[in-house]
Design a protein around this ligand. Structure first.
Ligand code: GAP
Length: 481
């Protein structure tokens, strides 16, 4: 990350804290590494992103239904899914500092350094070699590659490395109060398995016909060894996943369909297509047949925000084998019973939140008509997911203006989230709303009493216009569709 990018990222993190979006968890005890809490505007924004995803999946697709499965699942689930044996990352320890690193992160950081020096080809070659070695699980050669690249620990500054070893990322806990009676269970590392084990329950009760999808949002937990970059990589995070069940042989087409459909969802938020790219996986997860990431250009470079995975019939077949219960579908069109194939879309809600924040944040210099300049920090959050949609601001606390403003507040608040404020000069109040991303402000002044008009101010352009107060609700609603 360049110094400029780092400064920009640090500014976003500070802004998120100062304006009530994201706080370090249990901060009064100095926080807990890679765990965060969402504040008043953060929880609103997060909910709006979740709702926007949920609507696109379960309302706009007639063949997708939702579920809400428990975080705890029968422990055999994770044996069957392969997570007990395979859900691990190659790690390496520095013997001097005793710090542990993910090998791919060290090599990726080296590639970033090469790029900063303009050695793009060398960086690409390094990442290609790393991908091939990871895919082959050739840890000796990976370690050699690290040595060749002279990668050192950022704490000790030495290359005194251990061998590379695999570490499982699942958190475990005990179910039951007495140790002898207890059973080791896991905090789910992905929400997807709650969908697979419910496949038949959902298919039968909602009378779904293939192709159809099951969507779910919820918490997932991973003991990330190197948790960093704010809410980009957390130990407790939220996923929004959808498993799409299809007839075997059609998964290639559906994989292409969902790749495109998911990119369009991102673009529907008005984010520039240049900020996105696909990255096809060379090293496939233990369940995947074909997989790619949708990457976004964060302040620290292009990184994964969402995965599209063609998971074949791996999960349902595994659960069928371990549970000894049939997980099949009778396809009346072709008169056949089969285990459906699955195409999955999986996006991290917290990562999407960081994407929105990074994309929205701007330190703007305003050039005024008199030649002077002013500054503001503004969050250009898309109106449909902004925490507050409309701020209602009486110009003064007297002369009946608050009463008129309250009437407008009461007319609008059943429809969308509004914010009411009387205190401080109007310019200061506008700046505060800019900083939390409120797309529209309305000011009620003395003229309102005469002609029932108000000033509506648009966050992004700062243009102000006079409109009838009775039009405000519909003007805002129109922007939220
Ligand atoms: N069910 C498939 C699955 O879990 P994944 O690529 O491991 O696939 C999907 O995770 C998405 O979940 C990622 O694209 C990312 O957005 C999010 N995610 C994964 N690990 C995360 C972490 N430690 N912190 C925040 N988000 C994470």
């Amino acid at each position: 990350m360049s110094i400029q990018q780092d400064n920009q990222f640090q500014a976003i993190i500070s802004h998120a804290k100062e304006y009530g979006f994201v706080f370090p968890s249990s901060e009064i005890y100095d926080g807990l590494s890679a765990v965060y809490d969402y504040g008043p505007y953060g929880s609103e924004l997060k909910k709006n992103i979740r709702d926007y995803w949920w609507k696109s999946m379960t309302q706009l697709h007639e063949n997708i239904v939702g579920i809400d499965a428990a975080i705890f699942m029968h422990p055999t689930t994770w044996k069957a899914s392969g997570h007990v044996d395979n859900f691990s990352d190659p790690m390496i320890d520095n013997k001097d500092s005793k710090k542990r690193y993910r090998v791919d992160h060290l090599l990726e950081a080296k590639a970033d350094q090469l790029r900063e020096k303009g050695a793009d080809e060398e960086a690409d070659a390094l990442l290609a070699k790393m991908d091939a070695l990871l895919a082959a699980e050739d840890f000796a050669a990976l370690r050699e590659l690290m040595m060749e690249q002279k990668i050192v620990c950022s704490v000790s500054g030495t290359a005194n490395w251990t061998e590379i070893r695999q570490f499982n990322l699942m958190f475990s806990t005990q179910l039951g109060s007495v140790a002898e009676e207890s059973d080791t269970i896991y905090l789910r590392p992905e929400t997807a398995q709650g969908i697979f084990v419910n496949f038949l329950n959902v298919q039968k009760t909602a009378r779904m016909k293939i192709p159809f999808g099951i969507a779910q949002t919820g918490k997932a937990f991973r003991n990330e060894i190197v948790a960093r970059q704010f809410i980009f990589r957390m130990r407790e995070f939220e996923q929004m996943e959808m498993q799409f069940f299809v007839r075997p042989g059609t998964e290639g087409d559906w994989y292409q369909y969902w790749k495109e459909a998911r990119l369009q969802w991102h673009l529907s938020l008005g984010i520039s297509p240049e900020k996105y790219r696909f990255h096809d996986h060379v090293k496939l997860a233990h369940y995947a047949k074909e997989a790619c990431d949708i990457e976004f250009e964060f302040p620290f470079g292009f990184k994964e925000v969402e995965g599209i995975h063609s998971r074949s019939d791996f999960d349902l077949t595994q659960h069928q084998n371990f549970s000894k219960k049939k997980l099949q579908y009778f396809d009346t069109e072709i008169n056949q019973n089969y285990v459906p194939y699955v195409v999955e879309t999986s996006i991290g809600l917290d990562r999407m939140f960081l994407l929105i924040l990074s994309n929205a944040y701007e330190e703007e210099v305003i050039h005024k008509e008199d030649g002077s300049t002013d500054n503001r920090v503004v969050l250009h959050i898309p109106a449909k997911i902004a925490p507050n949609k409309l701020a209602i601001l009486p110009l003064t606390k007297k002369d009946g203006l608050p009463e008129i403003a309250r009437d407008l507040m009461n007319a609008c608040k059943p429809y969308f989230k509004c914010f009411y404020e009387e205190k401080d000069a109007i310019g200061k109040r506008y700046r505060r709303q800019d900083a939390i991303g409120t797309p529209f402000c309305v000011t009620i002044d003395h003229q309102t009493k005469e002609d029932q008009t108000v000033t509506i101010r648009y966050r992004d352009s700062m243009v102000q216009e006079r409109v009838l107060m009775s039009m405000v609700k519909d003007m805002v609603l129109e922007q939220l569709m």
